[in-house]
Design a protein around this ligand. Structure first.
Ligand SMILES: Cc1ncc(COP(=O)(O)O)c(C=O)c1O
Length: 353
């Protein structure tokens, strides 16, 4: 993938006029087409963005929130996204509410009911992770989006960890807005992400960075595309490499790879739960977990120290973080992780704890 990325960089450096200005759309169009097919939507509903944070910021800045309006999220959201909504709330007078979801989470159906208990007649926006960052749990976003649509509430789904880890069908999920990264589980270089907006809400999207697409000299008929299509001179190689990443996973039986990693994750989780002895975050792991999982650690653990020791003494990179008063160890199982890697982690934890 890195070679494909560098090949694009070399091509662009040799002919920046050609790739960045004259024929940019010609080069990006097949990538957008491949991505749209992979994500189950039309190319016109997708814009390239450098990362999920930017995707959420574009939407959050575009929505016309009024004082007293409510934005409902969960207490499992990613810190930067949480801060984005707090910033928007401070600017607009809207309230940002993070619904606390008691642990352990039981079933997806229960989740929908508990989360929906936070909806009021002032709720204008729901923002939820599809796979959460601190707790690594799959949230049932399609059920929430269906219910929100019926209630006239805008849905913004943070799928930063989803492309490449879960099968995605954006039309079936039914979100108004959905953002996802290529650079986490799809294997693209960093700086390759997308923002999906369903056709009915695209006209609400404003440019986060105003550039040539505003009052465009060559309007495409879609302000969504015009506003987000060019945000100033930058390296487009990461976007262009997305096609190679999609080809790679298609050629390498990714469904089987994901399945193997999922089973490894479930097994390792069970082993670590038994070793550590703290209560689980969720009951039915099958439903909640893809290729990542998190386990609670004893309260007396110093998360920074444990993370550093795992890395420096054992050469193991896992996230150990403090979250909502808990200590959490989060393990990712990408394609290159082996059973032996996970056994080494268990062995290291046995020694360190
Ligand atoms: C759930 C979630 N949302 C958003 C992000 C932000 O992704 P990025 O830094 O690529 O914008 C992350 C990053 O880890 C994440 O886990």
């Amino acid at each position: 993938m890195f070679e494909a990325y560098q090949a694009w960089q070399r091509r662009i450096e040799r002919q920046p006029e050609e790739y960045l200005w004259r024929n940019r759309d010609k080069y990006l169009a097949p990538v957008r087409q491949a991505l749209a097919e992979y994500l189950g939507t039309a190319p016109a509903n997708l814009a390239f963005v450098p990362n999920a944070t930017t995707g959420i910021n574009i939407v959050a800045r575009s929505l016309k929130l009024q004082p007293g309006d409510e934005v409902l999220a969960s207490n499992h959201e990613y810190g930067a996204i949480d801060r984005t909504w707090r910033f928007i709330a401070a600017k607009t007078g809207a309230h940002y509410i993070t619904r606390e979801l008691p642990l352990p989470l039981s079933t997806h159906d229960d989740f929908v009911e508990t989360f929906w208990g936070g909806v009021t007649d002032r709720t204008k926006v729901i923002c939820l992770s599809h796979i959460t960052s601190p707790t690594a749990l799959i949230f049932p976003v399609a059920a929430i989006c269906t219910r929100a649509r019926a209630a006239g509430i805008v849905t913004v789904i943070d799928g930063a960890h989803v492309p490449g880890q879960l099968e995605l069908d954006l039309e079936a999920i039914g979100a108004d807005f959905y953002t996802g990264n290529g650079h986490k589980w799809l294997g693209t270089p960093r700086g390759a992400a997308f923002l999906y907006a369903r056709p009915e809400v695209q006209s609400q999207v404003e440019p986060l960075v105003v550039s040539w697409g505003y009052q465009s000299d060559h309007p495409s008929g879609s302000t969504f595309q015009d506003y987000l299509g060019w945000t100033g001179t930058r390296d487009l190689s990461a976007y262009l490499t997305m096609a190679s990443a999609l080809e790679f996973i298609a050629d390498n039986g990714w469904e089987q790879v994901r399945g193997r990693c999922h089973r490894l994750a479930l097994k390792a989780r069970e082993q670590l739960q038994a070793l550590i002895g703290e209560p689980p975050l969720c009951a039915q792991a099958e439903e909640w977990i893809a290729q990542m999982f998190a386990v609670l650690l004893p309260a007396q653990v110093n998360p920074e120290r444990l993370e550093a020791e795992l890395f420096t003494r054992y050469n193991i990179e896992v996230a150990v973080k403090r979250w909502q008063g808990f200590n959490l160890l989060r393990v990712s199982v990408p394609a290159y992780t082996t059973t032996e890697d996970l056994e080494r982690l268990a062995e290291a934890l046995r020694e360190l704890l």
